[in-house]
Each structure stands twice: as structure tokens, then as C-alpha cells.
Write a protein that binds this ligand. Structure first.
Ligand SMILES: Nc1ncnc2c1ncn2[C@@H]1O[C@H](COP(=O)(O)OP(=O)(O)O)[C@@H](O)[C@H]1O
Ligand SMILES: Cc1ncc(COP(=O)(O)O)c(C=O)c1O
Length: 275
């Protein structure tokens, strides 16, 4: 039977991140995807292509969530850019009603090439973390969530993973990515019992738009297909590393991941190891 997933996220008009990324990744995994749109990100040519974010009215977000859950029994739900505490509360309520659904929380607080966005960290901690099968903060988001100045080492990634697990997430994946120093892209997974460290050779220090969204969408897809969390994360990391290797340029300073790369142009440099 075809598996179904919902993404609750923003539109990234550049096509690399956001709801565009999520739907493409679902499709690559054979998942039937649907959406609840929270915001629209555009790029202003009069201002060096900086992001501009327009938020969808919360009554319209509520209607989309009601529709989506009335139409489908989801095998996975993913959230990305939520934009307001009202939206967090609406999603939390919908997840409560869909009791037990696998839910991947990408706690989007930063966009590459852009600073910190609306501060949703308390709402994430209080309302969404306790419902998450997996939460996937990058280093900046992890630091913001626990009130740390910065996270710079794998040991600090372990500590923050443990702390976020104690706040209610069933599993925590802290992404070192291009931000962690060194020649490896290191991610730490903690499921409350075991730490697993995933590494793969870093593909340059360049940050690529859509890496985090695509990773979380790939984890959601793998969970929907029945993988356990560790396998889901390992496969998703390999999938997104191919997508980073196949990155495409645009007129902004940040390239986009290419979501079909694992299938159409896999890279020989992708070698995900787990310890
Ligand atoms: N330059 C890179 N080379 C290889 N893997 C990377 C690179 N940048 C990010 N990754 C990986 O991509 C995934 C998403 O990470 P990241 O880009 O840090 O997320 P976000 O988009 O939330 O900031 C992680 O598995 C990370 O390790
Ligand atoms: C709508 C939307 N969601 C999420 C993100 C975060 O993207 P990334 O996967 O690069 O962290 C962005 C960044 O451009 C975005 O525009």
C-alpha cells in the first residue's frame, strides 16, 4: 500500500528548501505527499536577494490541517518553518488528535544566508518536542533550544542531544554538517539508550540550501516505510549527501540541493559510516 506523509512547512520559492524540498523527497521515496503551507519565502532582487517571509493566516493554516487529517491517515508527519507560536499550537493539537503518528520535527530557526528567525524555541520545547519521534536541530538551533552560546564539539553535540531527549523527544539528531570544524560531516543521534555518530566526508564547507529540510523529509519517508529510527537516519543522511554533492547554483550566494541526485547522479564521494 502506498504510504502517505504530510509536511507542515513554508514555501521556498528558490525550490531548494521548504515544502518544495519535502514533496520532492517524498516522491523520491515513493511516498504520497501532501502539505499545509505556513509561509512563503521570496528573494528580493532589489536587496541582494535577501529572504522575505510572508506568513499564512493562522485560520487558513488550521483549515489546511483539518483538511489534511480528514482526508488521510498519515504514516508520517514532518514540520519545518512554522513561523508563529499560533501555528505551533495548531500543529500540536492536530498531532494529539492523530495519536501515535510518527512525527519528525525540524526545528527551523535559521535559514542559510539569513540570521535567526522568529523565536519559537519555547513553543518548540513545550508543545512539539514531546510529540516528536525525531527532532533534527542543526548546531545553531540546538544551542538556541538549550540556551547555550554555541556548540562546537562532538561531545557538546552528545550533551545537547541528551538534554533535548530529556525534554521529551523520543530521538534527537544533532547535525554538525558544514558548521562543525573538520573534514567530516558529523551528526549525532541519541535515542535515550544509545548514541550513534554518523560521519561522511564533508563536501566542502559550503552550506547548501535545503539540506536540513531534505534530511528531515527523508527521515519521515523512511519511518513511514517502516524503518527503525537508526536505519531511517542512516539512509536519510546518505540520500541528502548525494543531494548536496549534486547541488545546483542560482543567482543567490547559496546553492540548492538537487533532490533527485541519489537516483539520477549519485556521487562516489558519499560514504556514510556509523559508530
Ligand atoms: N558540506 C557538507 N558536506 C556533507 N554533508 C553535509 C554538508 N553540509 C551539511 N551536511 C549534512 O546535511 C545534513 C543537513 O545538515 P545541515 O545543513 O547542518 O542542516 P540545516 O539545513 O538544518 O542547517 C546533515 O546530515 C549534515 O551532516
Ligand atoms: C520555507 C523554508 N523552510 C526552511 C528553510 C531552511 O532550509 P534548510 O534546509 O537549508 O535549513 C528555508 C531556507 O531557505 C526556507 O525557505
Amino acid at each position: 500500500m502506498v504510504k502517505r506523509a504530510l509536511t507542515v512547512a513554508g514555501s521556498d520559492t528558490s525550490g531548494g528548501a521548504g515544502i518544495q524540498a519535502d514533496l520532492k523527497v517524498f516522491e523520491e521515496h515513493g511516498i504520497f505527499g501532501t502539505t499545509a503551507l505556513t509561509s512563503i519565502v521570496t528573494y528580493d532582487p532589489a536587496n541582494e536577494l535577501h529572504h522575505d517571509i510572508d506568513f499564512v493566516d493562522s485560520a487558513v493554516i488550521e483549515k489546511q490541517l483539518t483538511s489534511a487529517f480528514a482526508l488521510h491517515a498519515f504514516d508520517g508527519v514532518k514540520s519545518g518553518m512554522l513561523g508563529s507560536t499560533e501555528t505551533v499550537t495548531l500543529l500540536a493539537a492536530a498531532l494529539h488528535r492523530a495519536e501515535g503518528v510518527r512525527y519528525v520535527l525540524d526545528p527551523v530557526l535559521v535559514c542559510k544566508g539569513q540570521g535567526m528567525m522568529v523565536d519559537l524555541k519555547q513553543a518548540f520545547l513545550d508543545e512539539l518536542l514531546p510529540q516528536a519521534s525525531v527532532v533534527t536541530p542543526n548546531l545553531q538551533e540546538a544551542a538556541a533550544l538549550v540556551g547555550a552560546e554555541s556548540i562546537d564539539t562532538v561531545n557538546e553535540m552528545r550533551d545537547v542531544a541528551r538534554e533535548l531527549h530529556s525534554r521529551g523527544a523520543k530521538a534527537v539528531m544533532v547535525k554538525g554538517g558544514a558548521r562543525l570544524a573538520g573534514n567530516q560531516a558529523v551528526d549525532v543521534l541519541y535515542d535515550g539508550e544509545e548514541f550513534t555518530v554518523f560521519t561522511s566526508p564533508k563536501l566542502g564547507d559550503l552550506m547548501v540550501n535545503g539540506a536540513g529540510c531534505s534530511l528531515a523529509a527523508a527521515i519521515t519517508s523512511e519511518l513511514a516505510l517502516g524503518s527503525d529510527v537508526r536505519t531511517a537516519v542512516e539512509r536519510a543522511k546518505a540520500f541528502v549527501t548525494h543531494a548536496i554533492a549534486g547541488h545546483i547554483s542560482n543567482a543567490s550566494s547559496v546553492d540548492s540541493v538537487y533532490h533527485a541526485a541519489a537516483r539520477l547522479s549519485p556521487s562516489e564521494d558519499v560514504n556514510v559510516q556509523r559508530q
